[in-house]
Design a protein around this ligand. Sequence first.
Ligand code: SF4
Ligand code: SF4
Length: 478
Amino acid sequence: MEANAEEPMHLYEKRIPIVPRWVRGKFRNFKSAVLVLAYAIYFVLPWVPWHRLSGINQAVAFDMVGRRFFIFGLTVYPQNVFWLAWLLFIAAVFLFFMTTLLGRAFCGYFCFQTLWTDFFMIIERMVQGDRPARLKLLKQPWNGEKLLKIGTTHTLFLLTSFWTAMTFVLYFGYAPQILHDFVTGNGAQAAYVAVIILTLSTYIAAAFMREQICQFVCPYGRFQSVMYEPETLVVTYEYRRGEGEKGRAGMKGDLKTREARQAAGHGDCIDCGICVQVCPVGIDIRDGLQYRCISCGLCIDACNGVMGSVGFPKGLIRYDSEINMKKDVPDNPHLNWNRLKVYGYLVALVVMTSMLAVSIMHRTDFEYSVQQVRQPLFVVLSSGKIRNRYEIHLTNDSDRDQSFHISTEDIPPGSLDMGLMQNAVVHPGKSVIVEASVEMDPEEARQHKSFEFVIQSQDIEKDHAEVKVSFFSENSQI
Ligand code: SF4
Ligand code: SF4
């Protein structure tokens, strides 16, 4: 917008409240279904029980004390943090993949900001009514009715924000216990601080800032345009059809049939403005693709409803690609997979997801390594025997204590000296280093230049490892 030379330009412009109209249609239904599913998962998961031998009996929980993360049957320790990095990388590629195919569909249907703002708008509509009633309420002076409706709306906003924050905290331990401690005043200080901060941030973001978060805070909204290609499906107004030669016109006078409108040079857009009224970010899609559009499809539902009611073909606003729109007669819109970028993202997704799945499936309940003590490599004892020392690192990745028995193969019995330690007990998520000495006389050392350590868990039968190591003596070639 050009600044008027007469008017001073302001660096700050007050936000004009957006009061969207409710709309019915398939994209609204899809949005609602995603909302219900996302809320069900988020709010119900901390209450799903899960039996464990040790740790929190809850399906999904962060065990802050034990420094581990339970996801159903999987226990993740800090040493598995690369899975998280991997997961974030997969999520980023998936986002790029979706953007290349469908523009900002993630923003419109799945983003937390969209989901919570959408729910808050549903609360607003339940308490204050649809757009006309809310506009009237906004303009009317403060009175008992306005106080009651606005007060009830914000009380429900705050309750939703509080329960969102509380639920987040419930993931950090055994949910019933955390909730009990919280309400009886015995909760951890961090829990109260987290609930206050998250309640306020949810309330501010979903009740007041809304689309401003997408416009000014979220970086993704700004750089998504570089991922668009001419084949990307975005929410588009078919300008030629809507405007005709002489522009859009209302359904008035002789312009009530499609034929009459075409004869008069007007397009199919009846300028009802419903597509603008339903838009949660307050833009007019007829002005072309805009960075503020989150591809939610609500204007498509709105316009399809209008077109249906006046007997014109639907699809004046639709998901379509720039390339298709440029054709004299556009084809039916469809996802265009046949692109190098799409194949690249798809291959990266399949490879990374498979690698992560294989890594998780093949993980054992313990990790190990055996390192030879190299300072010195060997010692000749006064008895004439030769001693090599080894450090055996054991990490327990299971959710229970494990006791490990260490033995050797391929060397004479009695060669291994573990001191007083018969079994090494390792707590869940912890690591220990066990020192082992192996002694052989020179003749035995000549015959056994290498041997195997056998590490066997006494608690989990399948957890068993054999590690080949070298035995050094004066005869060894180093
Ligand atoms: S223009 Fe349409 S698709 Fe874009 S944000 Fe508004 S309603 Fe959603
Ligand atoms: S809803 Fe359709 S007909 Fe109405 S103004 Fe928007 S584009 Fe035009």
